[in-house]
Design a protein around this ligand. Sequence first.
Ligand SMILES: C[S@@+](CC[C@H](N)C(=O)[O-])C[C@H]1O[C@@H](n2cnc3c(N)ncnc32)[C@H](O)[C@@H]1O
Length: 211
Amino acid sequence: MPEISVLGLGPGHPDYILPVARREIERADILVGGERSLRDLDKRGKETFVVRDNLPDVARFIRAHYERSMIAVIVSGDPGLYSILRFLRKHFKAEELRVIPGISSLQYMYSKLGLPWENACFASLHGRNEDFVDQVRRCSKVGLFTDSRWPPEKIARSLMQHGISDRLIFVGEHLSYETEKITRGTVAQIAASGGYSMAVVVIMDEHEMDL
Ligand SMILES: C[S@@+](CC[C@H](N)C(=O)[O-])C[C@H]1O[C@@H](n2cnc3c(N)ncnc32)[C@H](O)[C@@H]1O
């Protein structure tokens, strides 16, 4: 049965790409992925297909090529967390997909904070509207994927509007890159800040800092 590999690139810096993922990328004839994911890869001798708002085209493209070519679908972080994997599973059987894990940007963020995350909840505001306020009420530690419609300051303002102001917020931008920046603040401080880009957010009860 032909196989499509779906592999996680990690948070972004090449040092965080697993060797097994690198080998899959080298073996592939066709790389399918978002612009940022494809940007830093060696694409010599390979065809590329850029994923944008074109998911039906992605499925058609893969279907048309996967019997004759080795296809690697590249995602950021880990494929199991808010990636194209869920969509691909609707079009291809599990046996047709070889999923290779990667280090999630949230996993990386918790390591930078020096915190275990086995008790963490998470949600995504990247292209969706999951109820993070409810998560923050229920969990003492919540990790969020953000996007330009839901930047960290808007998340903090929304918490304030729902009467939640006694949490610590950490914003991790450009994680693993040279421009990486981690900002710590109260809900009010983050609500009054701005200018963030490519960020995850961790919202915590203060006692979570004292292990
Ligand atoms: C569609 S989600 C994909 C999550 C990915 N599967 C993972 O496990 O990290 C994209 C979001 O991940 C976060 N993200 C990915 N890479 C990042 C990085 N290097 N630094 C900060 N946030 C990052 C951002 O919140 C971005 O909007």
